[in-house]
Design a protein around this ligand. Sequence first.
Ligand code: 13P
Ligand code: SF4
Length: 310
Amino acid sequence: KPLPDDLFTAINELKRELNAVILAHYYQNPDIQDIADYIGDSLGLSQQAAATNAEVIVFAGVHFMAETAKILNPDKLVLLPDLNAGCSLADSCPPKEFAAFKAARPDHLVISYINCSAEIKAMSDIICTSSNAVKIVSQIPEDRPIIFAPDRNLGRYVMEQTGRNLVLWQGSCIVHETFSEKKIVQLKMAYPDAQIVAHPECEPPVLRHASYIGSTTALLKYCLNSPSETFIVATEPGIIHQMQKEAPHKRFIPAPATNNCACNECPHMRLNTLEKLYLAMKNRSPKIEIPEEIQAAALRPIQRMLKLSA
Ligand code: 13P
Ligand code: SF4
């Protein structure tokens, strides 16, 4: 059957029919952002998922984000438009290897970045996101050793900010490691008044040039509140849709990738399309399913995060 001509109207009708809420991450395509009930960073999305009264959560983001929503709402239907929308960072931390890494350090507290699978969350003591990692690590008593997984770049940044020594799992994100320091510096020379803003998943040579480092929500807020007119944005360029929408007179330049490809776009996030979102709602599928014992074990560290970042 052909798709409806007006997907926006069709999706809004299904939303009422299902009593659904559409949660979208800033890295989603602009049309998905425009139909979402809420757009946010990983923390904001988890808080929304924890608070929603809707019966169905349509998660326009990647698998670990939808999984988090499901862990918080085991009895609700959580739909992900494309189940293949994974995350290279989450994939860089396989559960078996991580279990051995953890077992070798039994006295360590495990703090995991939310960009990991439900299995890794189930092995963690506390979850964090890029917006609360520094705050959470600084609340842990000084004498408690900490494993931080899976992102080594965020881990290194948290170490710098807190002065704590963390045992880092050596994972990373393909998107945020693609930015070219050289090209960013060249851009800065062409736009000397521009401010460079960066996500902490970027590597140190890029972070070194940033006048502000933060989560996607924090980057958006910073750019909107700053008196500067031009920004070089070192994160997935989906966020620029909101930046441009809220500050049409400002100029937002996506930080270039090393080989001039469009690989600063997250290939996983971009698997979701408006068409797939419509079909997921229509078919009530694909849905997130997690084995019960993993779901139960993964809930506690997420709840601890929500409490520690309130
Ligand atoms: P935020 O929590 O900052 O939105 O980051 C999510 C993410 O996947 C970054 O690559
Ligand atoms: Fe994962 Fe990187 Fe994509 Fe974020 S941008 S979802 S960390 S692969």
